[in-house]
Design a binder for this molecule. Structure first.
Ligand code: AQP
Length: 344
């Protein structure tokens, strides 16, 4: 693993699915790789889904996505953290890739099909989303991409785009590998069904207030076969236990599972323990977030510094890409000899 890249869409409040599926890995990889760990708030992805985009909220959500990542433990002094639209090369490379990517490769993407099915008018940008994602990753020649399982199909397309480019224009990009959190590759929504998603509204927000979190946990579905306390419970069928495994130490989970099976414990008690254990993770994040909210310039400075560092890498890649793609370079970037060769 030489360089990792990953991104967050500013489409709403970041949730525990984002945290467990992606941020936990970001933080660990950041400690390991320093400035070869590159993380981006991918604001140009947000408007691709009109259901999740609001022009009056985009800037605020972008800022908050950065803030929450920092509050959760991502250190912007160690890694590179920046906003996608601050580095123009992302959209430039996306256009070049779009000209090289078969339309059929994009229409078969599951996320496109799911999201498009819910819209009356489907923006071309929704179809293009995975091309922009490939550009985000390959611009930094990242070989590893920490994401949730929902992104693995897009990653496969990124690999294909890199492979096709390398075959046509010469070796340029690595074929990046997906890096999942084995404990939480796909966190379900609070109903235990669809993936937890900002746009579905089945989330527990990292900064959500405690009362509202408790209201959600209290109504979380339990083993449907356990109606009375005297019925034996199966923790495998309980959404409450699924979430408990994410937050509680394994020894505690095991004890509670045994009690639950032998009718020794009611669901309400398990829910109260889940709430306590979850808050042990969330409370420090929200305290740090409150501190950062009081000093927004700290976050903005970190993002500016991150964009400067990201731009340096992105510009070098784009120079190589433009050259290999056969574009006429501006006069100031050419020696007279190059210019003559280009015009011959
Ligand atoms: N439920 C999840 N379980 C595990 N990982 C998840 N991720 C998202 N949801 C889960 C991972 O979080 C990272 C950032 O995701 P994103 O904000 O870019 O967009 P997303 O995957 O589309 O997340 P949402 O919440 O579902 O957003 P909307 O509803 O706007 O589409 C990614 O690495 C993702 O895999």
């Amino acid at each position: 693993m030489k360089r990792v890249f990953s991104g967050f869409q500013p489409t709403g409040e970041l949730h525990i699915g984002n945290y467990l599926g992606a941020m936990v890995n970001y933080i660990a990889l950041g400690e390991q790789l320093g400035q070869n760990a590159i993380f981006c708030i991918v604001d140009y992805h947000a408007p691709t889904n009109p259901a999740a985009y609001d022009k009056d909220l985009l800037a605020q959500r972008t800022f908050e996505a950065a803030l929450v990542n920092i509050a959760a433990g991502l250190d912007p002094n160690k890694v590179i953290l920046f906003v996608q639209s601050h580095v123009a090369e992302h959209t430039e490379l996306a256009w070049i890739f779009a000209t090289q990517t078969p339309y059929g490769d994009l229409t078969r993407m599951t996320q496109f099909k799911d999201k498009a099915a819910k819209l009356v008018s489907v923006p071309a940008g929704l179809l293009m989303y995975p091309v922009l994602m490939a550009a985000d990753i390959l611009l930094y020649k990242a070989d590893t991409v920490p994401v949730g399982e929902d992104q693995t199909q897009h990653l496969e397309l990124t690999r294909e785009i890199a492979r096709r480019w390398n075959q046509t224009y010469g070796e340029t990009f690595p074929e990046p590998q997906v890096y999942l959190n084995p404990h939480a590759p796909r966190v379900p929504g609070i109903d235990g069904k669809a993936k937890m998603s900002k746009s579905v509204g089945n989330t527990i927000g990292l900064l959500e207030d405690e009362e509202s979190i408790w209201a959600k946990i209290r109504t979380m579905p339990d083993d449907p076969a356990r109606i009375r306390l005297s019925d034996p419970g199966d923790p495998e069928r309980s959404v409450v236990f699924k979430f408990l495994q994410y937050f509680a130490p394994p020894e505690l989970v095991q004890v509670l599972q045994e009690e639950y099976r032998r009718r020794g414990i009611g669901t309400l008690v398990v829910k109260q323990i889940l709430m306590q254990e979850m808050m042990k993770t969330l409370r420090p994040i929200r305290e740090r977030a409150a501190e950062l909210k009081a000093k927004p310039e700290q976050v903005l400075d970190a993002l500016e510094d991150g964009a400067t560092k990201a731009r340096r890498i992105a510009q070098a890649t784009m120079e190589e890409v433009r050259e290999k793609f056969g574009l006429l370079r501006p006069k100031r970037q050419q020696t007279p000899l190059d210019l003559r060769a280009a015009l011959r």
